[in-house]
Design a protein around this ligand. Sequence first.
Ligand code: GLU
Length: 339
Amino acid sequence: MKKKRIFVLLLISVLVLSIFLVGCDNGDNGDNGDNGAVGDNGDDENGGETPERVAVATGGTTGVYYPLGGAFANIINDYVDDVSANAESTGASVENANLLNDGDVDFALIQNDISYFAYQGEEMFDTPMDNLRGLATLYPETIQIVADAGAGIESIEDLVGKRVAVGAPGSGTEANARQILEVHGISYDDLTPDYLSFAEAADNLRDGNVDAAFVTAGTPTAAITDLSTQHNVVLIPIEQDMIDQIVNDYPYYTQVEIPGGTYRNQDDTVDAVAVMAMIAVRAELSEDFVYEITAALFENLSDLESAHARGGDVSLEGAQDGMSLELHPGAQRYFDEVQ
Ligand code: GLU
């Protein structure tokens, strides 16, 4: 009888203990249990994604996003394990912000003014894009206004009544063209706008179908370099009072110069405005994944410089200049560690 009672007590103790242990185990599963699956299901402890393939949205093939986005994809392929990257040609900034926010790409080259509008849901964006985070700002993109030397265009006011290439549909260039014209009191009703990529704009300028083109890109831009060897073109300066107003009205424009000699037959330095190019990243990617990619980028900057001169502007010190998005926690962790 006594033995039986001891046995029952023991049994109850074992049961209570095992319920307690299972309870603890369940508690653990929420954190550590999932960790074991990092390599398998692509999610880390923060619930972020760790994809095996990533896409980088760039721009037109004769711009600067395309070669530099390609170099960034190669850096991921060469120096980050278990992931392959592919760079895609697109209509550039505005389209890229949409692609990134929708999860159609994982990284995107975007102008800092456009990513700001996207994040806030302003200007060309109806609603705030919550899926956009910053990785790093890269180099200045100059708003270059190229005109046929024979078209009699010496100032922005002379664009009135002319046929003007204002950038590809979905480009940041197009937004810049609209804003800069507007500051000069000119709207698309006062000229004939053509929504062309850099390559199309250059071909049409050479063939006499358009009189001028806006090009927002790092200098020298291949589309203009090639065009200037086939056709006589001039760069149109922006007057100082208008530069002051542009910089005042829109926080992400800065004043810059296009140095003489950037293009064939361009001896004079030209006053202009610029925005910054940045790499934006999908918020849903895991912290560790973005940390590794940020590290790979900044440890291999010479690969960017070999792809285009403006790649040489990218630096750790400048990586947050003009940053208009909240940094991705993975990029933030990298900068906190090395800066
Ligand atoms: N910044 C340009 C845009 O978004 C693209 C520049 C480039 O392709 O290098 O319209």
